[in-house]
Write a protein that binds this ligand. Structure first.
Ligand code: LMR
Length: 398
């Protein structure tokens, strides 16, 4: 019956993470998957989330199905977090939001919606992008192309080339962008660059699709929402999938959302209806627990303040690790510029390591980075950063 089924080639991120778990070497260092580890190398249980969980459990009663679109308190809290409670797009009710199974679930519901309502539109992703973006949109039956993004020569952004490509796209092309903390490179657009890009998207009638998986890990919770707020304020209709996996350290709870900013409330009602239809045909409705943790943290003033400070400390710790890595590497290889570790933002850095060098790093030094050269700097800590830098220098020196 299943002889024609070929083996799964594995996922470049998740399979490597599994290999890491199986690696018996005691000194192994996991800088592969996009997970924030604390300075002791553990996935943190944030105090704000722990307290929210106690409140949620204390209130727990029957567990009916949630509405298809998810819990109302969660959806409202998401809109307020993304845009601000007073943003015109929110107050005029022109944002359609569903609670999704992780932001991956949201991305895919949006992809299915696009495949149905914009069947002639190709999707354009940054070169490079998160490994799973392409498969998700192709999995929805859409054609996926790439626009220029990362500049390997400078460790920065090919902004002019990016604009030139976007300018040449047919109207209603889908432009997938990372709202902050670009995965995998850590290279973000500046505010001035967003301000240049947004009118172009509008003028060319391109459909922006933002992926916001790392809000709070770049420059701050509000600052990282700049692109979303600016697009909405410019009157652009767009999609945005956001995640709480990293920002609340609730990976396995699968908490995310998809929001579609529409021209008016009437269209938002129809868009929400069709998103619901898409969800119903896939998994019917989202789970209760994680969404209630998130909604409680976001809406309880004390827990909200605590969460913001905990997230701020995580952001600061990543920055400190970036500096430490940079300084050790610079001392070892003064002729080489490692400044990109300092200018890149969020959990990831593109190290510039080739596939062969990434393999050597793993095989000879038990340091796991993706074969693309992406390093999760949030996996560094005071006990492993030095060893990582030394191993990296050795591999770079051939
Ligand atoms: C990553 O990029 O490593 C994370 O977003 C985890 C994943 O699902 O790939």
């Amino acid at each position: 019956m299943f002889q024609h089924i070929e083996p799964f080639a594995g996922d470049p991120i998740l399979s490597l993470n599994e290999d890491f778990q199986k690696d018996p070497r005691p000194n192994k260092i996991n800088l592969s998957i996009g997970i924030y580890f604390d300075d002791a190398g553990r996935i943190p249980v944030m105090e704000s989330v722990r307290r929210a969980e106690a409140l949620v459990v204390a209130k727990a009663g029957p567990k009916p199905y949630l509405p298809i679109e998810g819990a109302a308190n969660f959806r409202t809290a998401v809109q307020h977090l993304l845009f601000g409670a007073e943003h015109e797009a929110v107050t005029s009710k022109r944002v359609a939001t569903i609670q999704s199974v992780g932001s991956s679930g949201g991305l895919k519901v949006g992809a299915d919606f696009i495949a149905r309502y914009f069947p002639g539109s190709a999707v354009w992703v940054s070169d490079p992008t998160w490994d799973n973006h392409r498969s998700m949109f192709e999995g929805a039956g859409l054609t996926v192309n790439a626009y220029p993004y990362y500049d390997a020569a400078t460790g920065g952004l090919r902004f002019d080339d990016m604009l030139a490509t976007l300018r040449s796209l047919p109207p209603k092309s889908i432009v997938l962008m990372h709202a902050c903390c670009h995965n995998p490179t850590g290279v973000d657009l500046t505010r001035a660059q967003w301000d240049t890009l947004i009118p172009l998207l509008k003028e060319r009638s391109l459909i922006a699709y933002l992926d916001l998986a790392y809000q709070g890990f770049g420059d701050g919770i509000e600052a990282d929402a700049y692109a979303a707020r600016a697009l909405a304020a410019a009157g652009v209709s767009f999609f945005i999938a956001n995640s709480f996996s990293k920002s609340m350290s609730v990976y396995g709870e699968r908490c995310g959302a998809l929001s579609v900013v529409c021209p008016n409330a009437e269209q938002a009602v129809n868009v929400l209806g069709q998103l619901k239809f898409t969800v119903r045909r896939n998994y019917s409705s989202p789970p209760i627990h994680g969404g209630q943790l998130v909604a409680t943290v976001l809406t309880d003033p004390e827990l909200r303040a605590l969460w913001e400070s905990e997230l701020g400390a995580m952001r600061e710790r990543i920055l400190a690790m970036r500096h430490k890595l940079h300084d050790v590497l610079k001392a070892k290889m003064p002729e080489r510029d490692f400044g990109y570790f300092l200018s890149q933002r969020g959990m990831f850095s593109y190290t510039g390591l080739t596939q062969a060098q990434a393999d050597r790093l793993r095989e000879e030094h038990a340091v796991y980075v993706l074969r693309s050269g992406r390093m999760c700097v949030a996996g560094l800590n005071s006990s492993n950063v030095e060893a990582t830098a030394v191993a990296m220098a050795e591999v770079l020196n051939g």
